[in-house]
Write a protein that binds this ligand. Structure first.
Ligand code: BEZ
Ligand code: FE
Length: 289
């Protein structure tokens, strides 16, 4: 240990202690983390009180977190780190559809549904007819792709947040399979914008920054197909009031979609709808593995 420990020499002293690590990646990650943390503290002249507040914040993040309350993930989301990692690790660089966050409302036990099914499971709302197509980067249809889809209701709540009238059943989510032409389609209800959870530590950050807490109206998708990279993405209502201030930075230009409003009449699946309805059409491109 250097005897003349100063705010400038301590960083090297700490960095050296990782030289004995056998895992090279571990060494790289922790040396870089220490370097950046120390530089940060020096740059902002961090006080003891401020660091204590930050440590208390981290402790509260952990305490409020549970399998159904992902506050640590939410912090990563609102700091833009989750989307940064998406971009860093995107292996496509080609014409594949951009990815977006998985979010906390995906459910592994979701029901499967045939194409054309009404997946709203009785939840009331403006009918929405989704018609999707899954293709490769050459525009060729991908038959037999697995398509997970899920979204909120017209007041911004997911099925897992509702008690009535679902009684534990799922709604507005399903696993579908593309047909020989790469197509999948379903009926549901139109979602709406909603806030990220603000009753925990992350809410304190959003309020202190006077930031929008909203996620613009969106539908989630997760595609799996043999020979292709999985794709997790979302489609966003392009003229949503919150489209340019998504609290978790997922609403990218390339994912802004027309949720087209129609007067009562015949829906794309041939059924007669006696109230206004919405259609959403999109082609998703998967990158080869
Ligand atoms: C969502 O899209 O469901 C979501 C994503 C990140 C944080 C909160 C919600
Ligand atoms: Fe969502």
């Amino acid at each position: 240990m250097a005897t003349d420990l100063t705010e400038h020499t301590i960083t090297d002293e700490v960095l050296k202690t990782f030289d004995t690590a056998t895992d090279e990646r571990f060494r790289q990650l922790f040396r870089s983390l220490v370097q950046h943390l120390h530089d940060f503290a020096r740059e902002v002249r961090l006080t003891g009180d401020e660091w204590f507040t930050a440590m208390d914040f981290i402790e509260r993040l952990g305490k409020i977190s549970s399998p159904t309350r992902q506050e640590v993930v939410l912090l990563s989301d609102i700091l833009g780190l989750s989307m940064l990692l998406d971009k860093i690790n995107e292996q496509t660089g080609g014409s594949a559809t951009d990815s977006a966050l998985l979010g906390p409302f995906y459910v592994q036990d979701r029901p499967t549904a045939p194409n054309g099914a009404d997946i709203a499971n009785g939840v009331a709302g403006t009918p929405m007819f989704m018609a999707g197509r899954v293709v490769d980067e050459q525009g060729r249809p991908i038959a037999g792709a697995q398509v997970d889809t899920w979204h909120s209701d017209g007041t911004g709540f997911y099925d897992v947040q509702m008690t009535e009238p679902l009684h534990g059943e799922f709604a507005m989510r399903a696993l579908l399979t593309t047909d020989h032409d790469g197509k999948f389609w379903y009926r549901s209800i139109t979602p709406r914008y909603y806030p990220v959870p603000t009753d925990g530590p992350c809410g304190e950050i959003l309020r202190a920054a006077n930031r929008s807490v909203m996620r613009p109206q969106h539908v989630h998708f997760w595609f799996h197909a043999d020979g292709y990279q999985p794709l997790i993405t979302q489609l966003f209502l392009k003229d949503d009031p919150y489209i340019d201030c998504d609290a978790v930075f997922s609403a990218q230009e390339s994912l802004k979609a027309d949720f087209v409003r129609h007067e009562p009449g015949v829906a794309p699946d041939g059924t007669k709808v006696d109230e206004p309805f919405v259609t959403l059409d999109w082609t998703f491109t998967l990158a080869a593995q």
